[in-house]
Design a protein around this ligand. Structure first.
Ligand code: 173
Length: 325
């Protein structure tokens, strides 16, 4: 389709361009889905982004929120975006891993996202999204929040042998290195897996376990936390390229707004959930001293080993930009 259009030269090209310009002058509507359930921790920043765009973009650009995982399964949203079935998604790179395996590096950053924007790392991440997901990377949220391991059984050190843990690609290399058996599920299946005793724990960020009732089945939180959450707001590249400058500016400015509010929002969300966990009787297993070092080192080492295997050509550069001084 695209190839045929570009091969149509001369006479036909002019009306097509004029048509595109007319369309851009009118209000453009983008159809969006979220990999996280509506109203929950990692969907709310996206819903706020949509409200902002719809307010600031009135008459120029509008986002229709189709819904969350019930509208489209989380692991399918990357493909749907790439193929233009939807125009915008809110998803962690872990959920579109088959399209962009290099995304595994994002969570390993020790630099915050503002630093990665300044040092060219975000431009590289965007280029990879352009090439492999057919998408423009607009915003990253969750960046000021780490992940935890949550358990139904007590452990005495950084050793997960004998445990079956719910994972996503985020924790896979790390928990495997510590000997766990893993079950990969979308967030929507965590409660049932816990309820049935299929898993004795799960990886999840520091915030959000109350959203879907997992606290009822959670006995322990393991400290310290590790990594950085990455949830990305992406727009189909062809739709992005078809927008005029004013329309692009509405999306870019809403993206900056989401990222600017991130640190404070995460700080409050984490504090609130830690307090609520304590009230709910969830106990903290805290690794200290040598065990703490071993835990955190295993997280980083396993993560970067995986990235080096996945993308030998980009691993060193990603590490320099995401975690270099
Ligand atoms: O499903 C997950 O545990 C996961 O990968 C994730 C990533 C970012 C935010 C929330 C969950």
């Amino acid at each position: 389709m695209i190839r045929r259009r570009t091969m149509l030269g001369g006479a036909l090209a002019a009306p097509l361009v004029a048509g595109a310009r007319d369309a851009a002058a009118q209000e453009v509507t983008l159809r969006a889905v979220s990999a996280f359930q509506e109203g929950t921790a990692f969907s709310r920043p996206f819903e706020a982004f949509i409200a902002k765009v719809n307010e600031e973009g009135r008459g120029r650009i509008r986002i229709t929120f189709i819904g969350g995982p019930r509208a489209m399964p989380p692991f399918e949203q990357g493909n749907a975006l790439r193929n233009g079935v939807v125009d915008m998604i809110n998803a962690t790179a872990a959920f579109y891993e088959p399209l962009l395996p290099e995304g595994a590096a994002l969570k390993l950053a020790t630099n915050d996202w503002a630093t990665v924007r300044r040092n060219g790392g975000a431009a590289l991440i965007n280029r990879l999204h352009n090439e492999k997901v057919n998408a423009q990377h607009l915003a990253r949220h969750g960046d000021a929040m780490p992940f935890h391991l949550y358990l139904t059984r007590e452990i005495s050190g950084p050793d997960l042998r004998g445990l079956t843990i719910r994972t996503s690609p985020v924790y896979r290399a790390f928990f495997t290195a510590l000997g766990a058996n893993l079950v990969n599920t979308a967030p929507g299946e965590v409660f049932t897996a816990l309820e049935r005793g299929v898993v004795q724990g799960y990886g999840w960020p520091a915030h959000g376990i109350f959203d879907l009732g997992w606290h009822e089945r959670t006995k322990f939180r393991v400290d310290p936390p590790f990594y950085r959450v990455e949830v990305n707001i992406l727009v189909n590249l062809r739709r992005w390229n078809g927008l005029n400058e004013a329309q692009k500016a509405v999306l870019t400015s809403a993206a900056e707004w989401v990222e600017a509010g991130e640190a404070e929002r995460s700080r409050q969300a984490i504090a609130a959930d830690y307090a609520r966990m304590q009230q709910a009787g969830i106990r903290v297993i805290e690794f200290t001293g040598e065990a703490r070092e071993r835990w955190l080192k295993a997280a980083q080492d396993a993560g970067w080993d995986e990235v080096s295997r996945i993308t030998p050509q980009h691993a060193a550069e990603l590490r320099r930009l995401l975690s270099g001084g």
